[in-house]
Design a protein around this ligand. Structure first.
Ligand SMILES: [Cu+2]
Length: 171
């Protein structure tokens, strides 16, 4: 009778070997598929989040780059923003010189919806804006990362003369 048990055991063992080995691969494939699905839905979720965030009414802020007296400063030179809120930053240059609005680290931590200047709308990541005398631009964005960021005009002599500022993003 033991030979029968042995045969059945062998049969069962073979059965498990034959079926479980491929199952292990299926498991691995399923795991990979799930993992890939997770990876691919993450940007989709981010897009949904951005979509919702980008539909809120925007808070308007105006920053003047220098002034009609050509003073080398931003007015105001301190901005307080809240992460996740939508802003419409209006930049003006009423001076006779060109100026930059440069806040690289700040720009890295925001979602730019658009920059509008004249009849042109620019979409996508923006890091720096140059405003010629009399120019105006609108930057619509949502800050995503809290922090304290520095703002400056990198034209030689302007930063040194005090054309700097600070942007604080809180949660
Ligand atoms: Cu300047």
């Amino acid at each position: 009778m033991t030979w029968l048990v042995k045969t059945i055991n062998n049969y069962l063992y073979q059965f498990f070997l034959d079926w479980l080995q491929p199952l292990r691969h299926i498991y691995l494939i399923l795991y990979l598929l799930l993992y890939m699905a997770f990876i691919s839905t993450t940007p989709a979720m981010a897009a949904n989040l951005s979509g919702g965030l980008l539909k809120q009414p925007a808070t308007e802020i105006t920053v003047s780059l220098s002034n009609s007296a050509n003073e080398l400063k931003f007015e105001p030179n301190h901005l307080e923003l809240v992460a996740g809120k939508r802003y419409q930053l209006r930049l003006t240059n009423p001076s006779q010189l060109k100026h930059y609005f440069t806040a690289k680290d700040f720009a890295d931590g925001i979602w730019t919806q658009k920059v509008e200047a004249g009849k042109v709308e620019i979409k996508g990541a923006i890091h720096e804006l140059e405003l010629k005398p009399g120019a105006e631009a609108e930057w619509v964005f949502v800050p995503l990362k809290s922090g304290k960021y520095s703002l400056r005009c990198p034209i030689p002599g302007h930063t040194e003369a005090g054309m700097t500022g600070e942007i604080v993003v809180s949660n």
